[in-house]
Design a protein around this ligand. Sequence first.
Ligand SMILES: [Ca+2]
Ligand SMILES: [Ca+2]
Length: 393
Amino acid sequence: MTGRISIGVLLCVCCYTIHYSIADDIQDNACYKDENGISCHKTTYKLTRLESSFVGSIKEVVLTDGTELELKTLSLKPLIFELPNFLSEEECNHFRSLAHDIGLEPSQTLKEKTENTNFNILDLDGDRKLSVPEMRVTIEEAFDVYPHDEDILEMYAETGLDANNDGFITPNELNKLKPSDLQRYVRSFVQNQPEKHARLSNQVWLYPDNSTDSVFERIQKRVSEIVALPIELVKLSDFQVVQYGIDGHYNAHYDSTPVDSKYPCCVRFDKRNCRICRYMTILFYLNDVQEGGETAFPVADDEMFNATEVKLDKRNLFQKCDEAKLKVLPAKGKAVIWYNHFIDNTTQWLGQLDQYSIHGGCPVKKGKKWIGNFWIKVTDNKDEDIKRMEKFI
Ligand SMILES: [Ca+2]
Ligand SMILES: [Ca+2]
């Protein structure tokens, strides 16, 4: 068995207002702010990160167009902020109607789409056999399907995989099952159980070829100003609108991937032999949800963070949303922003993935939920990123 062992490596809730202008935070003297957002001289490009000293702090921000916003810190690990009324009612409606006109399609994760017969067997405790939870997590990671422990036992009974019926799968027992047969079993298992998919929603990419409209341009500038990143970098972002119906959810996941020298970061929509790299996520709520649909961060500011425990017990938000350390309530126009990565000290560019940034969408209980995902994409190749940014200068 090829084992892979995964080892895990005073909330102050009060309101405190700081009068603040983003201009004070702009990268350095080589950057400036005008009605187009933040611009910098290309030799000085570096990533920046907003600062916050405690959870609950509120900064009042005035944008160049006069818009007044409140930036509230929701968590430090990962660094998360919320901004009520970041989008106007009209802007929310604009994105929804555009998404509707283009047409939304069922969301499918990469693992659901592709043949996967070369997956990791997750023997988390290293005892060279798979317990029921370890098999469950193996299936979750391989196929983005979330069975319950009882489903695993049913699978053993139906396939005869657990030959000696002791609830553990040894390498010998596992060898009798072909990966392609396991994949077939899992796909047929999940067919009529939509809640056991990692993700249940419809989605559409807006502006995939960088074509844009005046509303979107306005939002890009607003994002650039708020997060104090160059407008040219913000313009490299992807924007996706997602709609969740009743029971619609997205189990906890990372929006980005750990640094890995074997796989470079993907550029735009080319997803072959590369990994997805998104420095920041800016999530917009495009409507008010009647009930449910919170954005959950299972381990936000969790002093007891343990990567193995996250894998085993914290990702199934369809079942366990209430156990999340932080749940953000949807509200039309609100933006939630967080950092998926740290900044690399040497390059001042994309650094390590923040393991605390795992998050997802709780099931919608009543009504519909519409969101926009705005991902600030930064790759591990700064020079190439700058070349791509230059076409917007
Ligand atoms: Ca084990
Ligand atoms: Ca056995």
